[in-house]
Design a protein around this ligand. Structure first.
Ligand code: ARG
Length: 463
């Protein structure tokens, strides 16, 4: 049992909390990550208090200098965090008062920890969105550069992980660029929606002090103040939305990582990763494992967990604030920090990987991958209905399979035995190159399309 009550709120308490109360209550162990946001918010609040005449200009100056000094102490690792002071907000405020006296005690006028924490979390998420968006653009740039380089590098396109139709390596990479560009715009939407300042909602009902919430909102880069004080301290949907964006982005990175795992498998042999992005085995000397890819895939679990955790924390809460909401932070921090790592690792792998062009070409032609081109030829040249063409092609595939050869190696006589109308010209569409080059429909896999799309992306991502 600690014998001194909390200096910030202990007025009515004769005794301090039990050790276990302090342990379960304290968040400073993790929420000190928001110290920059907390100080930014307090500086804006103090400037506003002075501007409207709630505190004296001299007090504001003392507060500003005190907070700046605290910021440099924290930065330098010289700040002593105290669990007894619960959280980042009270640690900083208590130290401020210790340093500057009376003026420090005036900072919390017209404000509560409830709007303060809502503000700090919003600022933290907003900063994090900005950083992650920049990283996301870097991954996209890496993918686009490789796509431009391999616009014409043929590879098998899959459905069900079975050979389907030939595509190009560049087209495949640009598919991820499209997915990631939606993640980028989702983050931008989330940022726009969260960009309202809850500061000044105070405990839950606003305040009688003549504060200027528009001023603090503008000073902190928000579009404006939130419009309902209860909602301001009670809501964390911005955090859940951020975590959904994070979860969706992680899903995309995980799918790419899964492909890297498949492609580096020697039975596929589609790409090679260098020593920089692989690890060996302590017992099997021949091994080269794509651990970075596996971890990018594996770490999606914790991001999904953060989203589920956030929604679960909120779902049973009446309005407005409950201490449950202190549990919002660790998931947010962990998801953001996980993505910082997985985005960087993805960018690194994309720049590192070397496609085996010959192997990809060989695989692109395997598995009767140009069967659709044959069926399309029958429709175009012999005016057969597509369903009949599909059936005839199926028979030709079966014939080739029985002979242990591919479609292009069947003789004309063999083909004509199945469909007498087939001519020598059919062989022109059965190569992989002919197949990909023919797919010029908008968004299709033709190398000319891919090169154009890559160039377009290069321009969009340049600054
Ligand atoms: N550490 C708290 C949190 O993260 C700050 C808000 C505390 N508010 C309160 N009324 N006890 O939620």
């Amino acid at each position: 049992m600690s014998n001194s009550s909390n200096v910030q709120w202990g007025g009515r308490f004769a005794q301090g909390p039990s050790a276990i109360m302090q342990a379960i209550n304290a968040s400073v162990g993790f929420d000190r990550k928001m110290w920059r946001q907390d100080i930014r918010g307090s500086l804006a609040h103090a400037a506003m208090l002075a501007h409207v005449g709630i505190i004296a200009a001299a007090d504001e100056m003392a507060i500003r200098q005190g907070l700046e000094k605290i910021a440099s102490q924290i930065e330098a690792g010289e700040f002593e965090w105290s669990e007894a002071l619960e959280d980042v907000h009270m640690n900083i405020e208590a130290r401020l008062t210790e340093a500057i006296g009376e003026a420090g005690k005036r900072l919390h006028t017209g404000r509560s920890r409830n709007d303060q924490v809502a503000l700090d979390v919003r600022l933290w998420v907003r900063d994090s969105i900005d950083g992650l968006s920049e990283q996301l653009r870097d991954v996209m740039r890496a993918l686009v550069a490789r796509a431009a380089e391999h616009a014409g590098t043929v590879m098998p396109g899959f459905t069900h992980l079975q050979p389907a139709q030939p595509t190009t390596f560049g087209h495949h990479l640009l598919a991820y660029v499209e997915m990631l560009s939606r993640d980028l715009s989702r983050l931008a939407d989330c940022r726009a929606r969260l960009n309202e300042s809850p500061l000044g909602a105070a405990a839950l009902c606003g305040t009688g002090f003549p504060i200027d919430r528009h001023m603090t909102a503008a000073a902190l880069g928000f579009a404006g103040p939130t419009r309902n004080s209860l909602d301001s301290v009670a809501s964390r949907d911005f955090a859940a939305e951020f975590l959904f964006c994070a979860a969706m982005l992680s899903t995309h990175l995980s799918r790419f990582a899964e492909e890297v795992v498949i492609w580096t498998n020697p039975y596929f042999g589609f790409i090679k990763l260098s020593d920089a992005f692989t690890t060996g085995s302590s017992i099997m000397p021949q091994k080269r494992n794509p651990d970075a890819a596996e971890l990018i895939r594996g770490k999606t679990g914790r991001v999904f967990g953060a989203l589920t955790g956030m929604l679960t924390v909120m779902k049973g809460l009446a309005l407005t604030y409950f201490k449950d909401m202190q549990e919002d932070k660790e998931g947010i921090f962990d998801a953001a920090e996980t993505l910082t790592l997985t985005l960087a690792a993805t960018a690194g792998m994309v720049r590192d990987l070397q496609p085996n062009v010959a192997r990809l070409a060989e695989a692109a032609g395997a598995g009767f991958s140009t069967a659709t081109d044959l069926a399309d030829w029958l429709v175009r040249e012999l005016k057969l209905p597509f369903r009949d063409a599909h059936h005839i092609t199926g028979k030709l595939v079966a014939r080739a399979e029985a002979l242990g050869t591919d479609l292009a190696s069947l003789s004309l006589a063999e083909m004509q035995a199945v469909e007498p109308g087939i001519t020598q010209a059919v062989f022109g569409v059965l190569t992989v190159t002919a197949s990909v080059s023919s797919r010029t429909s908008f968004g299709g896999t033709a190398p000319a399309n891919v090169a154009r799309m890559a160039a377009e992306w290069q321009e969009r991502l340049a600054r």
